[in-house]
Design a protein around this ligand. Sequence first.
Ligand SMILES: [Zn+2]
Length: 420
Amino acid sequence: MDDNLLFTKILGISPPWLVKQVVVDEKSQRVDIYVDHEPGIRAMCPVCEKFYGVYDHAPERIFRHLDTCQMGTYVHVRLPRVNCPDHGVKQIMSEFGENGSGMTFAYEGCVIRVARECSIEATARICGLGWDQSWNTLDRAVKRGLGRKEHRVPARIGVDEKSIAKGHKYESLVYDIDAGTVEYVCDDRGQKSLEKYYRQFSSDELAKVQAVAMDMWDPYIAATKAYIPGAEQKIVFDRFHIMRHVLDAVDKVRKAEHKALTEAGQQTLKGARYLWLWSQENIPVWRQPEFEALKAKDLKVCRAWAIKENLRHMWSYWHAGYMRKYFAKWHHWATHSRLEPIKKAAKTLKRHLDNIVTYAKHRITNALAEGINAKIEKIKRMACGFRNRAHYRTAIYFHCGGLDLFPRPSAQQTLKFKTR
Ligand SMILES: [Zn+2]
Protein backbone atom coordinates (compact mmCIF):
# COMPACT_ATOMS: atom_id res chain seq x y z
CA MET A 1 0.00 0.00 0.00
CA ASP A 2 1.45 3.40 -0.86
CA ASP A 3 1.49 6.34 1.54
CA ASN A 4 -1.37 8.15 -0.15
CA LEU A 5 -3.66 5.17 0.03
CA LEU A 6 -2.62 4.44 3.62
CA PHE A 7 -3.48 7.97 4.70
CA THR A 8 -6.69 7.97 2.70
CA LYS A 9 -7.73 5.02 4.83
CA ILE A 10 -6.39 6.52 8.08
CA LEU A 11 -8.18 9.83 7.50
CA GLY A 12 -11.33 7.97 6.54
CA ILE A 13 -11.95 10.10 3.46
CA SER A 14 -13.74 8.77 0.42
CA PRO A 15 -13.90 9.79 -3.24
CA PRO A 16 -14.05 12.34 -4.75
CA TRP A 17 -11.66 13.31 -1.89
CA LEU A 18 -8.16 11.89 -2.19
CA VAL A 19 -4.75 12.25 -0.60
CA LYS A 20 -2.52 13.91 -3.15
CA GLN A 21 0.74 13.91 -1.23
CA VAL A 22 2.20 12.90 2.13
CA VAL A 23 5.37 14.60 3.33
CA VAL A 24 7.18 12.99 6.28
CA ASP A 25 9.81 15.21 7.87
CA GLU A 26 11.85 13.11 10.28
CA LYS A 27 13.90 16.03 11.50
CA SER A 28 10.93 18.00 12.74
CA GLN A 29 8.93 14.82 13.47
CA ARG A 30 6.05 15.98 11.37
CA VAL A 31 3.68 14.50 8.80
CA ASP A 32 1.92 16.81 6.34
CA ILE A 33 -0.99 15.35 4.39
CA TYR A 34 -2.21 17.22 1.33
CA VAL A 35 -5.83 16.48 0.51
CA ASP A 36 -7.39 17.28 -2.84
CA HIS A 37 -10.39 16.18 -4.86
CA GLU A 38 -10.91 14.52 -8.23
CA PRO A 39 -11.54 16.84 -11.19
CA GLY A 40 -14.99 17.34 -12.65
CA ILE A 41 -17.02 17.29 -9.45
CA ARG A 42 -19.99 19.14 -8.07
CA ALA A 43 -19.99 20.82 -4.65
CA MET A 44 -22.79 21.65 -2.23
CA CYS A 45 -23.90 25.16 -1.33
CA PRO A 46 -23.88 25.11 2.52
CA VAL A 47 -27.08 27.18 2.68
CA CYS A 48 -29.50 25.54 0.23
CA GLU A 49 -27.64 22.22 -0.06
CA LYS A 50 -27.93 22.24 -3.85
CA PHE A 51 -24.95 21.06 -5.92
CA TYR A 52 -23.07 23.25 -8.38
CA GLY A 53 -19.83 23.11 -10.33
CA VAL A 54 -16.72 24.31 -8.48
CA TYR A 55 -16.33 28.08 -8.78
CA ASP A 56 -12.88 28.36 -7.16
CA HIS A 57 -11.05 27.28 -4.01
CA ALA A 58 -10.65 28.99 -0.66
CA PRO A 59 -7.06 29.58 0.51
CA GLU A 60 -5.33 26.54 1.98
CA ARG A 61 -6.38 25.59 5.49
CA ILE A 62 -4.25 23.50 7.82
CA PHE A 63 -5.88 21.29 10.42
CA ARG A 64 -3.90 19.69 13.22
CA HIS A 65 -4.75 16.00 13.27
CA LEU A 66 -4.12 13.16 15.71
CA ASP A 67 -0.45 12.22 15.76
CA THR A 68 0.85 9.57 13.39
CA CYS A 69 2.67 7.49 16.00
CA GLN A 70 4.97 10.07 17.62
CA MET A 71 4.78 12.56 14.75
CA GLY A 72 2.65 15.67 14.76
CA THR A 73 0.26 15.42 11.85
CA TYR A 74 -1.36 18.15 9.76
CA VAL A 75 -4.00 18.01 7.05
CA HIS A 76 -3.77 20.62 4.29
CA VAL A 77 -6.79 21.29 2.13
CA ARG A 78 -8.24 23.97 -0.14
CA LEU A 79 -11.99 23.78 0.19
CA PRO A 80 -13.98 24.31 -3.02
CA ARG A 81 -16.38 27.21 -3.33
CA VAL A 82 -19.56 27.34 -5.36
CA ASN A 83 -21.30 30.29 -6.93
CA CYS A 84 -24.89 29.66 -5.90
CA PRO A 85 -27.44 31.75 -7.83
CA ASP A 86 -29.36 32.27 -4.59
CA HIS A 87 -26.57 32.61 -2.02
CA GLY A 88 -23.55 33.87 -3.91
CA VAL A 89 -20.03 32.52 -3.57
CA LYS A 90 -19.92 30.06 -0.67
CA GLN A 91 -17.32 27.68 0.67
CA ILE A 92 -18.54 24.12 1.17
CA MET A 93 -18.98 22.83 4.71
CA SER A 94 -15.70 21.50 5.97
CA GLU A 95 -15.53 17.75 6.40
CA PHE A 96 -12.14 18.03 8.09
CA GLY A 97 -12.56 20.40 10.99
CA GLU A 98 -14.67 23.34 12.12
CA ASN A 99 -14.00 26.72 10.57
CA GLY A 100 -11.49 28.62 12.64
CA SER A 101 -10.59 25.70 14.90
CA GLY A 102 -7.34 24.75 13.15
CA MET A 103 -7.99 21.18 14.28
CA THR A 104 -9.60 18.19 12.64
CA PHE A 105 -12.81 16.93 14.23
CA ALA A 106 -10.89 13.94 15.60
CA TYR A 107 -8.14 16.05 17.13
CA GLU A 108 -10.54 18.56 18.65
CA GLY A 109 -12.51 15.68 20.17
CA CYS A 110 -9.29 14.37 21.66
CA VAL A 111 -8.47 17.79 23.19
CA ILE A 112 -11.94 17.89 24.73
CA ARG A 113 -11.50 14.42 26.23
CA VAL A 114 -8.15 15.44 27.74
CA ALA A 115 -9.59 18.71 29.05
CA ARG A 116 -12.34 16.82 30.84
CA GLU A 117 -9.68 15.02 32.89
CA CYS A 118 -6.96 17.63 33.27
CA SER A 119 -6.29 21.24 34.12
CA ILE A 120 -6.22 23.70 31.27
CA GLU A 121 -2.41 23.95 31.60
CA ALA A 122 -1.99 20.18 31.39
CA THR A 123 -4.34 20.02 28.41
CA ALA A 124 -2.29 22.65 26.62
CA ARG A 125 0.95 20.77 27.40
CA ILE A 126 -0.29 17.31 26.43
CA CYS A 127 -1.99 18.46 23.24
CA GLY A 128 0.75 20.86 22.20
CA LEU A 129 -1.55 23.88 22.24
CA GLY A 130 -1.19 27.39 23.61
CA TRP A 131 -3.15 28.42 26.69
CA ASP A 132 -5.50 30.60 24.62
CA GLN A 133 -6.01 27.86 22.05
CA SER A 134 -7.01 25.46 24.81
CA TRP A 135 -9.50 27.95 26.22
CA ASN A 136 -10.88 28.56 22.73
CA THR A 137 -11.45 24.84 22.36
CA LEU A 138 -13.36 24.76 25.65
CA ASP A 139 -15.28 27.85 24.62
CA ARG A 140 -16.30 26.40 21.30
CA ALA A 141 -17.23 23.10 22.95
CA VAL A 142 -19.52 24.91 25.39
CA LYS A 143 -21.11 27.06 22.69
CA ARG A 144 -21.68 23.93 20.62
CA GLY A 145 -23.16 22.13 23.64
CA LEU A 146 -25.44 25.01 24.60
CA GLY A 147 -26.56 25.35 20.98
CA ARG A 148 -27.55 21.68 20.89
CA LYS A 149 -29.17 21.75 24.31
CA GLU A 150 -32.87 21.08 24.38
CA HIS A 151 -34.99 24.11 25.35
CA ARG A 152 -36.55 22.75 28.50
CA VAL A 153 -37.08 23.95 32.03
CA PRO A 154 -36.20 21.30 34.64
CA ALA A 155 -39.03 19.97 36.78
CA ARG A 156 -36.99 20.40 39.95
CA ILE A 157 -34.60 23.32 40.12
CA GLY A 158 -31.85 24.17 42.58
CA VAL A 159 -30.50 27.70 42.92
CA ASP A 160 -27.26 28.35 44.75
CA GLU A 161 -24.73 31.12 45.03
CA LYS A 162 -21.04 30.63 44.49
CA SER A 163 -18.26 33.05 45.25
CA ILE A 164 -15.80 33.20 42.38
CA ALA A 165 -13.01 35.19 43.93
CA LYS A 166 -11.84 36.41 47.27
CA GLY A 167 -13.94 39.38 48.17
CA HIS A 168 -17.52 39.65 47.13
CA LYS A 169 -17.91 38.44 43.58
CA TYR A 170 -20.72 35.98 43.25
CA GLU A 171 -22.34 33.88 40.60
CA SER A 172 -25.67 32.16 40.94
CA LEU A 173 -25.92 28.68 39.58
CA VAL A 174 -29.17 27.10 38.47
CA TYR A 175 -29.23 23.31 38.66
CA ASP A 176 -31.38 20.58 37.25
CA ILE A 177 -31.70 18.57 40.44
CA ASP A 178 -32.72 15.35 38.69
CA ALA A 179 -30.09 15.47 35.95
CA GLY A 180 -27.39 16.73 38.30
CA THR A 181 -26.28 19.42 35.87
CA VAL A 182 -25.66 23.15 35.93
CA GLU A 183 -28.31 24.69 33.68
CA TYR A 184 -27.38 28.32 33.91
CA VAL A 185 -24.76 30.61 35.38
CA CYS A 186 -25.99 34.10 36.37
CA ASP A 187 -23.81 37.15 36.88
CA ASP A 188 -24.34 37.78 40.57
CA ARG A 189 -26.84 36.79 43.21
CA GLY A 190 -29.43 39.48 42.63
CA GLN A 191 -33.08 39.13 41.72
CA LYS A 192 -32.55 40.32 38.14
CA SER A 193 -29.88 37.70 37.46
CA LEU A 194 -32.10 34.79 38.36
CA GLU A 195 -35.00 36.38 36.48
CA LYS A 196 -32.83 36.35 33.38
CA TYR A 197 -32.80 32.57 33.59
CA TYR A 198 -36.56 32.32 34.09
CA ARG A 199 -37.25 34.75 31.26
CA GLN A 200 -35.99 32.23 28.70
CA PHE A 201 -39.19 30.27 29.24
CA SER A 202 -42.86 30.95 28.67
CA SER A 203 -45.21 31.04 31.65
CA ASP A 204 -46.68 27.72 30.46
CA GLU A 205 -43.23 26.16 30.56
CA LEU A 206 -42.50 27.69 33.97
CA ALA A 207 -45.80 26.39 35.29
CA LYS A 208 -44.40 22.88 34.87
CA VAL A 209 -41.68 23.53 37.45
CA GLN A 210 -42.59 21.42 40.46
CA ALA A 211 -40.12 22.63 43.06
CA VAL A 212 -37.21 25.02 43.58
CA ALA A 213 -34.59 24.45 46.28
CA MET A 214 -32.68 27.50 47.51
CA ASP A 215 -31.22 29.33 50.46
CA MET A 216 -33.38 31.77 52.44
CA TRP A 217 -32.16 34.58 50.21
CA ASP A 218 -34.65 37.33 49.43
CA PRO A 219 -33.60 38.09 45.82
CA TYR A 220 -33.98 34.41 44.83
CA ILE A 221 -37.32 34.22 46.59
CA ALA A 222 -38.57 37.38 44.87
CA ALA A 223 -37.42 36.26 41.41
CA THR A 224 -39.01 32.85 41.82
CA LYS A 225 -42.28 34.29 43.11
CA ALA A 226 -42.36 36.72 40.20
CA TYR A 227 -41.95 34.04 37.54
CA ILE A 228 -42.95 30.58 38.73
CA PRO A 229 -46.72 30.17 39.01
CA GLY A 230 -47.61 28.81 42.46
CA ALA A 231 -44.10 29.48 43.79
CA GLU A 232 -45.40 29.73 47.36
CA GLN A 233 -45.98 26.00 47.36
CA LYS A 234 -42.87 25.16 45.33
CA ILE A 235 -40.01 26.95 47.04
CA VAL A 236 -38.14 24.66 49.43
CA PHE A 237 -35.48 26.22 51.61
CA ASP A 238 -32.55 23.90 51.44
CA ARG A 239 -32.04 22.00 54.69
CA PHE A 240 -28.25 22.19 54.44
CA HIS A 241 -28.36 25.96 54.16
CA ILE A 242 -30.77 26.08 57.08
CA MET A 243 -28.47 23.91 59.16
CA ARG A 244 -25.58 26.14 58.21
CA HIS A 245 -27.40 29.12 59.77
CA VAL A 246 -27.82 27.13 62.99
CA LEU A 247 -24.23 25.86 62.85
CA ASP A 248 -23.00 29.44 62.53
CA ALA A 249 -25.00 30.23 65.66
CA VAL A 250 -23.44 27.28 67.53
CA ASP A 251 -20.01 28.47 66.48
CA LYS A 252 -20.72 31.99 67.72
CA VAL A 253 -21.75 30.58 71.10
CA ARG A 254 -18.55 28.50 71.23
CA LYS A 255 -16.34 31.43 70.29
CA ALA A 256 -17.80 33.70 72.96
CA GLU A 257 -17.61 31.00 75.61
CA HIS A 258 -14.07 30.04 74.66
CA LYS A 259 -13.06 33.68 74.93
CA ALA A 260 -14.66 34.03 78.35
CA LEU A 261 -13.08 30.79 79.59
CA THR A 262 -9.65 31.76 78.26
CA GLU A 263 -9.88 35.10 80.03
CA ALA A 264 -10.62 33.15 83.22
CA GLY A 265 -7.50 31.05 82.56
CA GLN A 266 -9.29 27.91 81.34
CA GLN A 267 -8.55 26.16 78.06
CA THR A 268 -11.55 23.81 78.24
CA LEU A 269 -12.71 24.51 74.67
CA LYS A 270 -9.33 24.75 73.00
CA GLY A 271 -9.14 22.77 69.76
CA ALA A 272 -12.73 21.57 70.11
CA ARG A 273 -14.36 23.69 67.42
CA TYR A 274 -15.37 20.89 65.05
CA LEU A 275 -16.67 18.61 67.79
CA TRP A 276 -19.63 20.95 68.05
CA LEU A 277 -20.08 21.40 64.31
CA TRP A 278 -19.88 17.82 63.14
CA SER A 279 -23.08 15.87 63.16
CA GLN A 280 -22.99 13.45 66.08
CA GLU A 281 -22.45 10.39 63.90
CA ASN A 282 -19.49 12.04 62.17
CA ILE A 283 -17.40 12.61 65.29
CA PRO A 284 -14.29 10.46 64.88
CA VAL A 285 -14.17 7.51 67.28
CA TRP A 286 -10.86 8.62 68.79
CA ARG A 287 -12.34 11.97 69.78
CA GLN A 288 -15.52 10.62 71.31
CA PRO A 289 -14.16 10.28 74.91
CA GLU A 290 -13.01 13.91 74.75
CA PHE A 291 -16.43 14.95 73.48
CA GLU A 292 -18.26 12.97 76.18
CA ALA A 293 -16.09 14.61 78.85
CA LEU A 294 -16.92 18.06 77.47
CA LYS A 295 -20.62 17.24 77.35
CA ALA A 296 -20.55 16.32 81.05
CA LYS A 297 -19.56 19.90 81.85
CA ASP A 298 -22.12 22.64 82.14
CA LEU A 299 -21.25 24.45 78.92
CA LYS A 300 -23.31 26.89 76.89
CA VAL A 301 -21.98 25.48 73.65
CA CYS A 302 -23.18 22.05 74.73
CA ARG A 303 -26.73 23.37 75.00
CA ALA A 304 -26.39 25.07 71.62
CA TRP A 305 -25.09 21.80 70.17
CA ALA A 306 -28.06 19.82 71.54
CA ILE A 307 -30.49 22.33 70.04
CA LYS A 308 -28.71 22.07 66.69
CA GLU A 309 -28.68 18.28 66.71
CA ASN A 310 -32.37 18.14 67.55
CA LEU A 311 -33.41 20.34 64.66
CA ARG A 312 -32.09 17.73 62.22
CA HIS A 313 -34.94 15.37 63.09
CA MET A 314 -37.48 17.78 61.63
CA TRP A 315 -36.66 16.64 58.09
CA SER A 316 -37.61 13.04 58.82
CA TYR A 317 -41.32 13.88 58.85
CA TRP A 318 -43.46 13.24 55.79
CA HIS A 319 -46.19 15.75 56.56
CA ALA A 320 -45.88 19.51 56.76
CA GLY A 321 -48.17 19.52 59.81
CA TYR A 322 -45.81 17.28 61.78
CA MET A 323 -42.84 19.35 60.69
CA ARG A 324 -44.60 22.47 61.99
CA LYS A 325 -45.42 20.78 65.27
CA TYR A 326 -41.85 19.61 65.72
CA PHE A 327 -40.55 23.05 64.82
CA ALA A 328 -42.86 24.78 67.32
CA LYS A 329 -41.36 22.74 70.18
CA TRP A 330 -37.85 23.25 68.90
CA HIS A 331 -38.45 26.99 68.47
CA HIS A 332 -39.73 27.27 72.05
CA TRP A 333 -36.62 25.52 73.32
CA ALA A 334 -34.25 27.59 71.17
CA THR A 335 -35.83 30.95 72.03
CA HIS A 336 -35.71 30.12 75.76
CA SER A 337 -32.10 28.97 75.63
CA ARG A 338 -30.65 32.33 76.71
CA LEU A 339 -28.18 31.90 73.87
CA GLU A 340 -28.50 34.99 71.67
CA PRO A 341 -27.13 33.58 68.38
CA ILE A 342 -29.39 30.52 68.71
CA LYS A 343 -32.43 32.72 69.45
CA LYS A 344 -31.65 34.82 66.40
CA ALA A 345 -31.31 31.76 64.15
CA ALA A 346 -34.58 30.33 65.49
CA LYS A 347 -36.38 33.57 64.65
CA THR A 348 -34.98 33.58 61.11
CA LEU A 349 -36.18 30.02 60.62
CA LYS A 350 -39.61 30.83 61.96
CA ARG A 351 -39.99 33.69 59.50
CA HIS A 352 -39.26 31.25 56.68
CA LEU A 353 -41.11 28.24 58.06
CA ASP A 354 -43.79 28.08 55.33
CA ASN A 355 -41.14 27.19 52.78
CA ILE A 356 -39.12 25.00 55.09
CA VAL A 357 -42.02 22.60 55.58
CA THR A 358 -42.61 22.35 51.82
CA TYR A 359 -39.79 19.80 52.12
CA ALA A 360 -42.36 17.30 53.40
CA LYS A 361 -43.95 17.26 49.97
CA HIS A 362 -41.04 17.82 47.57
CA ARG A 363 -38.15 16.26 49.52
CA ILE A 364 -35.46 18.10 47.60
CA THR A 365 -32.23 19.62 48.82
CA ASN A 366 -29.26 21.31 47.23
CA ALA A 367 -27.06 18.42 48.36
CA LEU A 368 -26.37 17.63 44.76
CA ALA A 369 -25.61 21.27 44.13
CA GLU A 370 -23.11 21.06 46.96
CA GLY A 371 -21.57 18.08 45.18
CA ILE A 372 -21.23 20.20 42.07
CA ASN A 373 -19.80 23.00 44.20
CA ALA A 374 -17.09 20.62 45.36
CA LYS A 375 -16.42 19.82 41.72
CA ILE A 376 -16.20 23.53 40.93
CA GLU A 377 -13.69 24.03 43.76
CA LYS A 378 -11.64 21.27 42.16
CA ILE A 379 -11.97 22.87 38.72
CA LYS A 380 -10.77 26.16 40.21
CA ARG A 381 -7.70 24.53 41.72
CA MET A 382 -6.99 22.67 38.49
CA ALA A 383 -7.25 25.83 36.45
CA CYS A 384 -4.96 27.71 38.87
CA GLY A 385 -7.51 30.49 39.03
CA PHE A 386 -9.43 32.02 36.22
CA ARG A 387 -8.24 35.09 34.44
CA ASN A 388 -11.78 36.30 34.02
CA ARG A 389 -15.41 35.52 34.69
CA ALA A 390 -16.02 34.26 31.18
CA HIS A 391 -13.42 31.52 31.67
CA TYR A 392 -14.92 30.54 34.98
CA ARG A 393 -18.33 30.26 33.43
CA THR A 394 -17.00 28.30 30.46
CA ALA A 395 -15.33 25.82 32.81
CA ILE A 396 -18.53 25.31 34.81
CA TYR A 397 -20.60 24.61 31.71
CA PHE A 398 -17.81 22.44 30.29
CA HIS A 399 -17.46 20.22 33.36
CA CYS A 400 -20.91 20.41 34.98
CA GLY A 401 -23.30 21.31 32.16
CA GLY A 402 -23.99 17.77 30.96
CA LEU A 403 -23.57 19.12 27.43
CA ASP A 404 -22.87 17.38 24.15
CA LEU A 405 -19.48 19.03 23.59
CA PHE A 406 -17.97 17.14 20.70
CA PRO A 407 -17.61 18.51 17.16
CA ARG A 408 -19.01 16.37 14.39
CA PRO A 409 -18.78 16.69 10.63
CA SER A 410 -22.05 16.86 8.79
CA ALA A 411 -23.32 13.44 7.77
CA GLN A 412 -23.92 14.82 4.30
CA GLN A 413 -21.44 14.48 1.47
CA THR A 414 -20.35 17.91 0.30
CA LEU A 415 -18.79 16.74 -2.98
CA LYS A 416 -20.04 14.36 -5.64
CA PHE A 417 -19.03 13.24 -9.08
CA LYS A 418 -20.78 14.97 -11.92
CA THR A 419 -21.91 11.78 -13.55
CA ARG A 420 -23.29 10.12 -10.42
ZN1 LIG B 1 -27.42 28.11 -2.16
